[in-house]
Design a protein around this ligand. Structure first.
Ligand SMILES: Nc1nc2c(c(=O)[nH]1)N[C@H]1C(S)=C(S)[C@@H](COP(=O)(O)O)O[C@H]1N2
Ligand SMILES: [Mo]
Length: 430
């Protein structure tokens, strides 16, 4: 193949399958696979039959079943872990970040789901746990976990993102990896009871407009939620990716508000109170509001706006040999489905449409990819998404023009990864 005639992005890379293109990408790998085949041929010639060359693990039995009873990843994957931050003075009110650079598809394994706790992880017994529902209702209720699990359930795949995700990147590139810049983001299949079912059970009085949700942890985290969201798609969740919630994710019961800032999805949920007005809790006045350039703060910025990031190659990685490689990433919107993702290798001067991997679900991570021919020189990789409302992910300059740099939360700007001549990839502002 001629490197000169080849466009940077694979022709037709947005269509699948693209067999012509794929054949070309494989040319570079051909030499390596021939070597491996050579091993098989020489083994046959030595009279061992049609077998692969011997490896240590074919000579003895493996470990028996149930070691351990709850399965764990291969020890060779021990680097794939959540990582903490140096931003918080205590590990009781802190974050841990999901290793997005190491994950495929759209589901975050439960042991790698990011954590955000304001008062540590409580050890709650499900038998002792109760959910109180009161306020402007006809029939106040106290529900046990047994009561809740008997109610009609649904399972839905949604992302959860802390509105503090990417908070270090307002003024200058800070975190080295995508885990650090974007790892307060995870996605799971959640199972639980639609809150609309609970609202039916208690009977809302006329005039109800808001609902308070409160946690049973030492932080007693509480937030006001508009009634429209409660009745639309809010879930009382007890399971995550098929098993009961992990303690870190709110065991035995949490709220999930699809597409809303993570803070509102109250964990260790113990109380719902219906009212005609918001409660103006600490978490929605002193925290989780956005200070604008004019000195006024925006309050109740619930939606996580459309955002995307390239996860491979990304900060801290090193490119292999020049040639084709798949650029991969994630896109999501708190307002619905992702409708398009574009990728640039020249800092946003030119764009190519990426392929969206199915399923493309509302308020869910969407995986995108594009074959890119790295010529071996410097490049700046970016992704830009558009959601089904037509909203286009902004550049950092566009976001700062509106928001200024006083804000902490809701940084959804385009992320740039610089590829150096020597193949090193790093976090840059372009
Ligand atoms: N009770 C309670 N709920 C809580 C929190 C908390 O500290 N206590 N943290 C909130 C924040 S800020 C976020 S981003 C999400 C994080 O959920 P996760 O730890 O399951 O990822 O939970 C929210 N719910
Ligand atoms: Mo958060």
């Amino acid at each position: 193949m001629s490197d000169v005639d080849e466009p940077d992005f694979a022709p037709g890379a947005t269509r699948t399958p693209d067999t012509t293109g794929r054949r070309k990408f494989l040319v570079h790998g051909a030499a390596a696979s021939l070597l491996a085949l050579d091993g098989i041929h020489s083994a046959s010639a030595a009279g061992t039959g049609d077998r692969m060359p011997a490896t240590p693990w074919t000579h003895e039995q493996g470990k028996p079943i149930l070691t351990p009873a709850y399965g764990m990843p291969s020890p060779h994957e021990s680097d794939v872990v959540r990582r903490p931050t140096d931003l918080t003075p205590t590990a009781l009110s802190s974050w841990s970040f999901t290793p997005l650079q190491d994950l495929d598809g759209i589901i975050t394994p439960n042991g790698l789901f990011f954590e955000r706790h304001h008062g540590g992880v409580p050890a709650i017994s499900p038998d002792a746990h109760r959910l109180v529902i009161h306020g402007m209702v006809e029939r106040p209720l106290v529900l046990s976990m047994d009561d809740i699990v008997r109610l009609p359930s649904v399972s839905r795949i949604h992302f959860l993102e802390c509105s503090g995700n990417t908070l270090t990147e307002w003024k200058a590139p800070k975190e080295k990896t995508v885990q650090g810049t974007h790892g307060l983001l995870s996605c799971a299949e959640w199972t639980g009871v639609p809150l609309s079912v609970i609202a039916d059970q208690v009977g809302l009085r006329t005039g109800v407009k808001w609902m308070l949700a409160e946690g049973a942890d030492a932080a007693v985290m509480d937030r006001s939620i508009p009634l429209a969201k409660v009745l639309d798609d809010a879930l009382l969740v007890y399971s995550q990716n098929g098993e009961r919630l992990r303690p870190e994710q709110g065991y035995p019961l949490r709220l999930l508000l699809p597409g809303y800032e993570g803070n509102m999805s109250i964990k260790w949920l113990r109380r719902l109170k219906f009212s005609d007005a918001p409660f103006h809790t600490r978490e929605e006045t002193s925290k989780y509001s956005d200070l604008m350039p004019d000195g006024k703060a925006r309050q109740f910025t619930f939606d996580m706006e459309a955002k995307s990031v390239i996860t491979s190659p990304s900060g801290g990685m090193r490119m292999g040999a020049p040639g084709f490689r798949e650029v991969r990433g994630l896109a999501w919107s708190g307002r619905g489905r992702i409708s398009r993702v574009d990728v640039s290798a020249d800092g946003g001067r030119t764009w190519q449409q990426a392929r969206l991997q199915s399923p493309v679900l509302p308020k869910c991570l969407t995986r995108f990819s594009l074959m890119w021919n790295w010529q071996g020189g410097p490049a700046i990789l970016q992704s830009r998404c558009i959601d089904e409302t037509g909203y286009v992910q902004p550049t950092l300059a566009e976001l700062v023009a509106v928001r200024g740099v006083n804000s902490v939360y809701h940084l959804n700007a385009i992320q740039s990864w610089g590829v150096a001549q020597n193949g090193e990839v790093s976090n840059v502002h372009a």
